[in-house]
Design a protein around this ligand. Structure first.
Ligand code: ASP
Ligand code: MG
Length: 407
């Protein structure tokens, strides 16, 4: 008899306390039949990972990465053990494993390790014995047996990589929202849950600020074409399928809108317009480990030009200090900072074949008296940097204009 294999992942809020762990355990055993096997990946309880990190930072401003992985990986070890214990209490057989125990081998880049291989033997053996297998998310082990973690939100990656390694039939990501929405329902109450979304669109949404799934996990899902069902752990309702293509691709130009308030803008005024200047600025910024996103350089009329760029808000202080130093060195003018910005993005694979989408976006913003400070585009997205105070209004107007209320 060939078994169907289901990989399910439960996020931190789905296992935040003992009641929720019990509820999830019931849900898992309800899915378990004689005909299927279940592998469950769990995140740490609630905000455990944040709390562990905060403790370390109280002891040491710059804690060593290896020790952080030892620490941060323990959250998932607790939740997988508790889940197995809860399932056993319901009379079903279960066994919990850490990433190391099921042979999730990674490289040595602590705190953001990449999975190299997954040894499936131990998992398969436990499944063949009829056990429900519970695996700690977010972690692996190096060839030297040092524990590593896969970057924040990494349990999603564990689930997708296991689905690939074990050749699963279904990969379900359980979370505290009902699926992927056209935009943040907290901003637009008419936001609609999408039935499907493509890997490319989801990747773009994740990197532009939608926080439902870890971007790296989508990359892996895309590479190996593993469809993912994102759904709520609190209801039986179907969620959103993330797939390669869907039949609606031709008539939907915009699938979703994101709003990201995590960036800040730096402007270096009066930069001498000479070869090598931009290289100098961005080499120095990258040396301090800050990643720059949007860059805009104005046209120069006077052999001087303004250069603006965005950085993560958390890095603003050090990036601003560095920008000031460079400005002096290259004899530029003053340096300005602006924390009050938001990136509004519209995303849709249909943009590849539709024209006029950008014009419609800019027109809508103009009609709502929203000034555009910077613009960037990718093949399937358009982003505008605007004043943060106007971002909710802008998202609402765009949601309406692109008819996302009626998808
Ligand atoms: N617990 C880890 C985090 O909060 C991993 C995860 O939840 O996926 O980032
Ligand atoms: Mg988490």
């Amino acid at each position: 008899m060939s078994h169907e294999l289901i990989v399910q992942k439960y996020g931190g809020s789905s296992v935040a306390n003992l009641e929720r762990i019990q509820a999830v355990a019931k849900r898992i055993v309800a899915t378990k039949t004689a005909k299927n096997n279940i592998v469950v990946v769990v995140s740490a309880l609630g905000d455990t990972t944040d709390e562990l990190e905060a403790m370390a930072l109280k002891l040491n401003e710059d804690p060593p990465d290896r020790e952080m992985d030892m620490l941060m990986s323990t959250g998932e070890q607790i939740s997988c053990a508790l889940m197995a214990i809860a399932i056993k209490a319901l009379g079903y057989d279960a066994i919990s494993f850490t990433g190391a125990q099921v042979g999730i081998k990674t490289d040595r880049s602590h705190t953001k390790a990449r999975i190299r291989t997954i040894e499936g033997k131990r998992t398969k053996k436990a499944l063949a014995e009829g056990k429900i297998v519970i695996i700690a998310g977010y972690q692996g082990v190096t060839h030297n047996n040092d524990i590593t973690t896969l970057g924040r939100g990494g349990s999603d990656l564990t689930a997708v990589a296991l689905a690939k390694a074990l050749n699963a039939d279904v990969c379900e990501i359980y979370t505290d929202v009902a699926g992927i929405y056209t935009t943040d329902p907290r901003i637009v109450k008419e936001a609609k849950k999408l039935k499907t979304i493509t890997f490319d669109e989801m990747l773009e949404m994740a990197s532009l600020g939608a926080q439902v799934m870890q971007a790296r996990s989508i990359e892996v899902a895309k590479r190996f074409n593993i469809p993912i069902h994102v759904r709520s752990s609190f209801s039986k309702e179907e969620g959103t399928m993330i797939v390669k293509d869907d039949d609606k691709l031709e008539d939907i130009s915009v699938r979703g809108i994101t709003c990201n308030k995590s960036e800040a803008k730096i402007t270096i005024c009066q930069v001498p317009d000479q070869p090598g200047v931009a290289a100098k600025i961005f080499t120095e910024i990258s040396k301090i480990g800050v990643s720059v996103d949007t860059i805009v350089q104005n046209v120069s009329h006077t052999r001087h030009t303004d250069i603006s760029f965005t950085v993560p808000k958390v890095d603003l202080t050090k990036a601003f200090a560095t920008a000031k130093k460079i400005a002096q060195k290259i004899k530029a003018g003053e340096v300005l900072e602006d924390r009050n910005i938001a990136r509004i993005s519209i995303i849709g694979s249909g943009m590849r074949s539709h024209t006029g989408i950008a014009a419609k976006m800019f027109q809508t913003l103009a009609e709502n008296k929203v000034n555009i400070e910077m613009i960037t585009t990718s093949e399937i997205s358009i982003s505008c940097i605007i004043n943060q105070d106007l971002s909710d209004k802008a998202v609402k107007a765009l949601h309406k204009e692109f008819n996302l209320e009626s998808v």
